[in-house]
Design a protein around this ligand. Structure first.
Ligand code: ADP
Ligand code: ZN
Length: 765
C-alpha cells in the first residue's frame, strides 16, 4: 500500500485490548475506521474479511482493509492521546471473505485514478455476499434383495452406484431425473441416505498436463501464442494487440494461452462486451478446458453471482468469463487477461464511476505481472496507436481460418436511384436482388438498420420542423405498433400530434385513405418498418427482428439467435446487436439499409464507430464455406469510412483517422476529461457551468491542461435536465486526475445540480 488510508476512530467507552488492530471500511462511509480484535476469536481475519462491527448505536457490516499494520498503530497512538478508546469487532461473518490483498491493490488503484473513495469502488466491484446453502448429498445403502422399485427409483439407485461415495444432488440430477419425491421415498424406505454438506466436494480440475493443445495452429496463431505464453511463464507484464478478422482464430489463441496459464497454476480472465454472447462461449470454453468456468455479469441472480465470486476467490475455479464488471473478478494468481472485441464501447461504464474495463485490464495485468491480450478485427484507434508506438506488441492473424474468398461488396448510391425504382421505401433493387438470390440458394441474411422503431421521425410538411422530445433535445421515434412517438433517451411517449407546434399547420380534413391526411411526413426508417417492407416484398420468407424492442431479456436474445441457428428464420433484421460476434455459418448475405446513420453524429469517434460497425456487420457474411455478399446503401458513397470498409482496409482507415485526430488534438494523442453539468433549471445549469469552468481554470493554472467550454452538450436536455459540458485536454492522464481531484474539492454539496466527471470519455453527446 503506497499511501496510508486516513483513519477515523469510532469513539467507544468500552475499550478492550487494543494490541490487535484492524481498519475496516463501512460502505457507504468513505473513510476507514479502526477496531480491535481478539486473534483467538477471529483466527482467519485477513484483508478482505467480512466482519460485523458496532457503529454508533447500530450493528453494521464492514470489509477489513488491513490487519496489524503500522498505520493502525500510529492511529492508535493518536487516539490514546485524545483519550479515545477502540471498540472490538463483534464477529467475523459467514461467508467470511470478499476479496484478498491482491484485489485490494487493484481496487485502490481505481479509487485513486477516478478520485473516488475506496468504499464506492468496493460497492461497485464486490457483489452482495449470499450465504452458501448447504447442499444435500446422497449415497446408496446396501441393496435389499427382492426390493420392488419403480423405474425412476431404480434409476436413482443405479446413478448412485454400489459404492459408499456421497454424491451431490446436482450431479445426481444430471445423471438421472431424480425428483424430490422419489428421493424422499427412497430415503424413508432405507434404500439411500442423505446428509447436508456445506462444502461441495471438490471436483478436481483435470491435471493441466492432460489438457491438449491443438497441434494444428496456423503459423500466425503459433507465433501469437508463443509470444504471450513466454510472459505467463516468466511472470511478466506484457500487453498485446491481437488484430484478426472474425473467424481468424483469435478464440483459439485465447484458449491455448488459458491452458498455458493453467499449466503454470495461474488463473485466466476473459472479458467480453456482450453478455448475451457468453452462453455460447462458456460451452466452448468448458468443452475445451474440461473444467468449470465462472460466469460473471450483472443480470445473474445475487446468489449465483456470489457463488461464482466465492469459487474464484477460493481458487476452486480458475477461469472466468465476464462482461464489463467481470474485470473486478477475484482471480487468484492471475496469469492472463483477454479483452475480446476490445474496441467495443460497452467496456466503458456509462454512469456512476465511469471506468473502462479495457483500460483497467491493463492496470490489472501490470499489478498481476501477466500478459494481456486485446483482441479485435477493428482495434480502437487508442489501442492501434499504442501498438504503432510499440507500447503494445502487435500480433496479426491476417486470414480467416476456413479461408473463404473475401466477401463481395456492392455500394448502392441512393442518390442515383429514383424513388419509383425502389421496390419499397428503404429497399433498393440491388438489396432485394441479393436477398432473393440468397433465399433461393437456401441461405440466410442479416439486415442491419441501426435505429429501432418504425419511422425515425415525423417532419411537418409545411415548415419542416421535426417533432422532438419536450424533455430532451432529440427527435422522437415513431413506433407504429402502438402508434406512438417515443424518446429513446428518457422514455417519454406520446401519440402523434395532429398539429405542428412550430407553424400551427393542421392535419388536412380532406378524405384520403385514412379519412384525413397528416401534415407530418414519415422520415427515415427503422427496424420495424424495414421488417414490414421485407415481409411485403418477400412473403415466403420468415423474418425476425433483433433490437431492444424485441429483446427484453437474455432469454429473448438467446431464443432469437437459436431460431436463426436452427434455420427457422431466413432474414434477421436488427440494430447493431446483430453485428456482434455470432458464429452463424449459414448467413451468407448482409445488407445495410442506411450506412449514414452513424456518420453524422457530433462525436469525434463517429467515423471510427461507423467503420467498426460496418466491418463487424460484414464479418457476419459467409463465415464458413462460400463467398459472402454485402450490400451497403448510402447517400455519401465517397465517404472515406465507407470506401475503407469495402476495401477492408483497416490500416488506411486508421492512418487517415489518426492524422485527423492528431491535428485536432484528440485521443489517442491527448487524454480527455469531460465534465458534465446538469440541472432542471436552464439558467442554473448555465450558471454552474460557468462556475465549474472557473474552478477548472484555477485547478489547471500553471499546468498544460487545455480547457474547452463550457458549452451546451450536443444532447442539450435529457430527462428534463439541461446539460452543459467542459472538455479538458492534456498530454497525460496525471494532469487531468490532479485537476479533477482539486475541482472536486472546490465543489459545495448541492442537490439540485449534478456534476459528472468522465475521465477518458467514450460518449461525447
Ligand atoms: P475468432 O475468435 O477470431 O472469430 P475462432 O477462434 O472462433 O475465430 O475461429 C473460427 C473457426 O475456426 C472456429 O470454428 C475454430 O474452431 C476454427 N479454428 C481456428 N483455428 C483453428 C485451428 N488452428 N485448427 C482448427 N480449427 C481452427
Ligand atoms: Zn426525452
Amino acid at each position: 500500500m503506497s499511501q496510508l488510508p486516513l483513519l477515523e476512530i469510532e469513539k467507544a467507552e468500552c475499550g478492550t485490548s487494543d494490541r490487535h488492530l484492524v481498519s475496516v471500511v463501512i460502505p457507504p462511509l468513505e473513510n476507514p475506521f479502526l477496531y480491535s480484535y481478539d486473534p483467538a476469536a477471529h483466527p482467519s481475519l485477513s484483508v478482505g474479511s467480512l466482519v460485523t462491527v458496532q457503529f454508533g448505536k447500530r450493528t453494521v457490516a464492514a470489509f477489513v482493509l488491513s490487519v496489524d499494520s503500522p498505520a493502525e498503530f500510529t492511529a492508535r497512538e493518536e487516539m490514546a492521546q485524545r483519550g479515545v478508546k477502540i471498540r472490538p469487532i463483534i464477529r467475523t461473518d459467514s461467508p467470511c471473505h470478499a476479496f484478498a490483498q491482491e484485489h485490494l491493490e487493484f481496487y485502490q488503484w481505481i479509487a485513486r485514478y477516478h478520485a473516488e473513495p475506496l468504499s464506492k469502488i468496493l460497492d461497485l466491484a464486490v457483489p452482495a455476499p449470499a450465504p452458501r446453502k448447504p447442499e444435500p448429498f446422497f449415497r446408496a445403502l446396501p441393496a435389499q434383495p427382492n426390493a420392488r422399485l419403480g423405474a425412476s427409483q431404480r434409476a436413482v439407485i443405479d446413478a448412485l452406484g454400489g459404492g459408499s461415495e456421497w454424491v451431490p444432488l446436482a450431479s445426481l440430477r444430471s445423471a438421472c431425473s431424480a425428483s424430490a419425491s422419489t428421493l424422499r421415498s427412497l430415503v424413508s424406505r432405507g434404500f439411500i441416505e442423505e446428509r447436508l454438506g456445506s462444502d461441495s466436494p471438490q471436483v478436481a480440475p483435470p491435471d493441466p498436463a492432460s489438457l491438449s493443445l491443438r497441434d494444428s495452429l496456423t503459423q500466425q496463431q503459433r507465433a501469437a501464442v508463443d509470444a504471450a505464453a513466454r510472459h505467463i511463464d516468466e511472470r511478466s507484464f506484457a500487453p498485446f494487440l491481437l488484430h484478426g478478422v472474425t473467424g481468424s482464430g483469435k478464440t483459439e489463441v485465447y484458449l491455448e494461452l488459458i491452458v498455458a496459464a493453467l499449466k503454470q497454476g495461474r488463473s485466466a480472465l476473459v472479458v467480453v462486451p456482450e453478455i448475451a454472447l457468453t452462453p455460447q462461449l462458456i460451452d466452448r470454453f468448458e468443452a475445451r478446458l474440461k473444467q468449470r468456468v465462472a460466469l460473471l455479469h450483472s443480470s445473474l441472480k445475487q446468489k449465483d453471482r456470489w457463488g461464482h465470486w466465492e469459487a474464484l476467490l477460493a481458487g476452486e475455479v480458475r477461469v472466468a468469463i465476464g462482461a464489463r464488471s467481470g474485470i473486478f473478478a477475484p482471480m487468484r494468481d492471475l496469469g492472463l487477461i483477454v479483452i475480446d472485441e476490445e474496441h467495443d464501447a460497452s467496456f466503458k461504464q456509462g454512469e456512476g464511476i465511469r471506468y473502462n474495463a479495457r483500460d483497467l485490464a491493463l492496470v490489472r495485468a501490470k499489478l498481476s505481472s501477466c500478459p494481456i491480450i486485446l483482441g479485435s478485427a477493428t482495434p480502437s484507434l487508442e489501442t492501434f496507436h499504442n501498438a504503432r508506438c510499440e507500447r503494445y506488441s502487435y500480433l496479426r492473424l491476417s486470414e480467416r481460418f476456413h479461408s473463404p474468398p473475401p466477401p463481395r461488396f456492392t455500394l448502392v448510391d441512393l442518390n442515383r436511384t429514383k424513388p419509383w425504382e425502389m421496390p419499397s421505401r428503404s429497399i433498393s433493387p440491388q438489396l432485394l436482388q441479393g436477398l432473393t438470390e440468397t433465399l433461393a440458394a437456401g441461405e440466410q441474411a442479416f439486415i442491419l438498420y441501426n435505429r429501432r422503431g418504425f419511422a425515425s421521425y415525423l417532419q411537418c410538411s409545411a415548415c419542416e420542423q421535426v417533432v422532438g422530445c419536450p424533455q430532451c433535445s432529440v427527435t422522437l421515434t415513431y413506433h407504429r405498433k402502438n402508434n406512438s412517438l417515443l424518446c429513446h433517451f428518457c422514455g417519454f411517449s406520446t401519440p402523434p400530434p395532429v398539429a405542428c407546434s412550430g407553424c400551427g399547420a393542421h392535419d388536412k380534413p380532406q378524405p384520403s385513405e385514412n379519412g384525413h391526411e397528416s401534415i407530418f411526413s414519415h422520415r427515415g426508417a427503422g427496424t420495424e418498418r424495414v421488417a414490414e417492407e421485407l415481409a411485403e416484398l418477400l412473403p415466403q420468407a420468415c423474418i425476425a427482428k433483433l433490437d431492444r424492442d424485441s429483446v427484453r431479456s437474455l432469454e429473448d436474445y438467446v431464443r432469437i439467435l437459436s431460431q436463426v441457428r436452427s434455420r427457422e428464420v431466413d432474414i434477421l433484421v436488427g440494430t447493431q446487436m446483430i453485428a456482434k460476434g455470432h458464429d452463424l455459418p449459414d448467413v451468407t448475405f448482409v445488407g445495410v439499409v442506411d450506412c449514414d446513420v452513424g456518420l453524422h453524429v457530433p462525436d469525434f469517434r463517429a467515423a471510427e464507430r461507423s467503420f467498426q460497425l460496418l466491418t463487424q456487420a460484414s464479418g457476419r457474411a459467409g463465415r464458413r464455406g462460400g463467398q459472402g455478399r454485402i450490400v451497403l446503401q448510402t447517400r455519401v458513397p465517397s465517404h472515406p469510412s465507407l470506401q475503407q470498409t469495402i476495401r477492408d482496409d483497416y490500416t488506411a482507415f486508421a492512418d487517415a483517422e489518426l492524422l485527423l485526430r492528431e491535428s485536432l488534438e484528440y485521443p489517442p494523442f491527448r487524454r480527455l476529461l469531460r465534465i458534465i453539468i446538469a440541472a432542471e433549471d436552464k439558467g442554473m445549469a448555465q450558471q454552474w457551468a460557468q462556475r465549474v469552468a472557473s474552478h477548472t481554470a484555477t485547478a489547471c493554472a500553471g499546468s498544460s491542461v487545455h480547457i474547452l467550454g463550457p458549452a451546451p452538450a450536443p444532447l442539450e436536455k435529457i430527462r428534463n435536465h439541461w446539460r452543459y459540458h467542459i472538455l479538458c485536454k492534456a498530454a497525460s492522464a496525471g494532469a487531468l486526475q490532479a485537476a479533477m481531484q482539486r475541482i472536486k474539492g472546490m465543489l459545495p454539496d448541492n442537490k439540485s445540480i449534478r456534476i459528472i466527471f468522465d475521465l477518458d470519455p467514450q460518449d461525447m453527446l
